[in-house]
Design a binder for this molecule. Sequence first.
Ligand code: HEC
Ligand code: HEC
Length: 298
Amino acid sequence: MKSSKLLVLASVVIAGLSVAGFVALPLDKPVPRSLGSVEGDIQRGAYVARLSACITCHTDTRNGGQVLAGGAPIKTPFGTFHAPNITPDKEFGIGNWTLEDFARALTHGESPGGRPYYPAFPYAFFERMTDRDIADLWAAVNSVPPVNKPAPPHDIAFPLSTDVAPAVWQRLFFAPPDEARDGGGANPMDRGAYLAGGPAHCGACHTPRNLLGARDTERRFAGGTASDGEKAPAITADALRQAGWTKKNLIYALRTGLMPDGDSFSGSMARVVNGGTRFWTDGDLDAVATYLFAEKQE
Ligand code: HEC
Ligand code: HEC
């Protein structure tokens, strides 16, 4: 479907639902959990940032942008998004936020003032993150130099540009957690499930989406679209085997960016490797590969 048609369709649905009062209904979101007692570790947080690609999206590396000061444009059928400045700058970053505000953004998709975020920010995956991961990330985010400059605004057409659009999306497709998660521990299957379905959000690009941009969870990892309409192939266990992947060459590819046929990953997968999986521990790479090649995934 052409993206202009998609835009019209999404707009009509949103207009219809707002007229129907659907968005005005209070959303039964559980209260964000309290993280007051968790002490963050900067080193570990820097690693969690590598697991979850915060730096990849929030830094405009290609144009020499400062770390976490705002990302390169993310083109979607709904418009162009810019990941904001999340340095500790008090004016243009998140320097006035508390750890609770940060946790609410990541797990509930809401700003401190209650604005619903667009799903271009993958909180639908980050909602799984453990309290420990969030507190460590917070420590790491606060350790980067503040950058006193705003990121460019999003470029989205009306009515998708209003808060109603992400509010409708959340109501239809997003259920934040009501309890803390665990990070999978030492069991590779559990750890792999946590990484792929949580911080590393492999499904954000590799799972197909419906017309309103929601993932088709019945067809997880069956192939989807990354930014700019770029195709992300299927990475189900069957598809991987058919394409010549083994656990070993998958781990190698996620470490080096080199595929079994000698080509390197291109486009957004190259960025996933360069800003993320390249830095993962052997244990975490093994966990994700174990999970993806498993016959039965939870
Ligand atoms: C795929 C790209 C992408 C990734 C990965 C990503 N973000 Fe974002 N993030 C965004 C976009 C886009 C927005 C803006 C959403 C909006 O305006 O509705 C955003 C918004 C935010 C905000 C809200 C900032 C504000 O000023 O309100 C915070 C905080 C944030 N991200 C933190 C993180 C952290 C921490 C990580 C890693 C765990 C991360 N993001 C990973 C794209 C991304
Ligand atoms: C931002 C979008 C995005 C994310 C997130 C992402 N991928 Fe990819 N992936 C792609 C794209 C696009 C390609 C195709 C790249 C190419 O052909 O060079 C790809 C290709 C691949 C391939 C090669 C498949 C084949 O048969 O050619 C594998 C394996 C893979 N990704 C695994 C993963 C894993 C594991 C994760 C999570 C850790 C992940 N990807 C996260 C976009 C993404």
